[in-house]
Design a protein around this ligand. Structure first.
Ligand code: ADP
Length: 259
């Protein structure tokens, strides 16, 4: 489709298009360098402090904690960049099995509980009792999607706010939702939110990040045959939803094949 479009362009339009793409790449490299530089300089600063003699034991612990947290940030960013390259080139390969969507939800919420407490945000989860929430999915990748959506909700929801996470059966799918009481997203930003490297323009608190998390979530959900969307009103928080195929939508023989 892209080739078809460029064939219809005049030489002048092609040149302008190439210039735009080059500028976007340069901006991207600047952003990546900037985002990596911050945690790396913290690591460098604390490591050189630790290399001095007679550092008090309490300070050693503090420095090591900062080094660890910032090394984790760098590792997460490099992982996101690798996923973005995968998304662009081959797409995601998911290894699906029949898994319990409710258990995945619970595990994702439990992993975020400490951070929610630290931020003074209420984090609650619920899955419809009695409904079959078995999904055909790659559990590692579903955890990655949930961690990303819950992580964003935590990043934007102020102290005293609430995040509700739930899963329920919806026809042939199971629908997962992460709903927060943060600042929400403007109507102008909504259509672009799942684009690669997009960050909302009117963030009151500018977030650290590469604008890749939601694009990766979309790629992962679609690799499962699901759908992801967001609804939000500025000032009223937002609701991120995604679907995964329900296992009971498969024939018993197909379910046996996935186990
Ligand atoms: P990043 O890692 O930079 O946050 P994402 O792709 O995860 O990138 O998110 C893209 C943008 O979407 C964010 O920069 C933020 O502006 C907006 N966003 C995502 N989740 C939320 C949320 N729960 N509340 C408000 N804005 C959000």
């Amino acid at each position: 489709c892209y080739n078809l479009l460029t064939n219809l362009m005049s030489p002048h339009e092609k040149l302008a298009e190439l210039k735009d793409r080059l500028e976007a790449k340069i901006r991207l490299m600047q952003d990546v360098a900037h985002e990596l530089k911050n945690p790396l300089s913290v690591i460098h600063g604390y490591a050189s402090y630790l290399s001095k003699e007679n550092v008090p034991p309490a300070e050693i612990k503090k420095a090591l904690r900062a080094i660890l947290a910032n090394a984790e940030r760098v590792t997460a960013m490099v992982g996101q960049l690798q996923d973005a390259v995968r998304l662009e080139s081959t797409g995601f390969a998911v290894e699906t099995r029949v898994v319990d969507g409710s258990a995945l939800l619970q595990e994702a919420v439990e992993s975020a509980e400490l951070e929610a407490r630290r931020r003074g945000v209420g984090l609650h989860w619920r899955s419809t009792v009695g409904d079959s929430l078995l999904v055909v999915a790659d559990s590692k990748r579903v955890m990655q999607i949930l961690a990303n959506l819950i992580g964003n909700a935590l990043k934007f929801t102020p102290n005293g706010g609430t995040i509700n996470v739930d899963a329920q059966r919806d026809g042939d799918s199971v629908r997962f939702a992460v709903i927060d009481t943060g600042p929400g997203i403007s109507a102008a930003d909504l259509p672009h939110l799942f684009d690669r490297f997009y960050q909302a323009q009117d963030n009151t608190q500018k977030s650290a990040g590469l604008g890749l998390g939601l694009a990766i979530c979309k790629g992962l959900v679609e690799a499962h045959g699901g759908r992801i969307w967001v609804s939000s009103l500025p000032g009223m928080g937002c609701a991120f939803n995604f679907t995964l195929p329900a296992a009971s939508a498969l024939t018993p023989a197909a379910v046996r094949d996935t186990i």
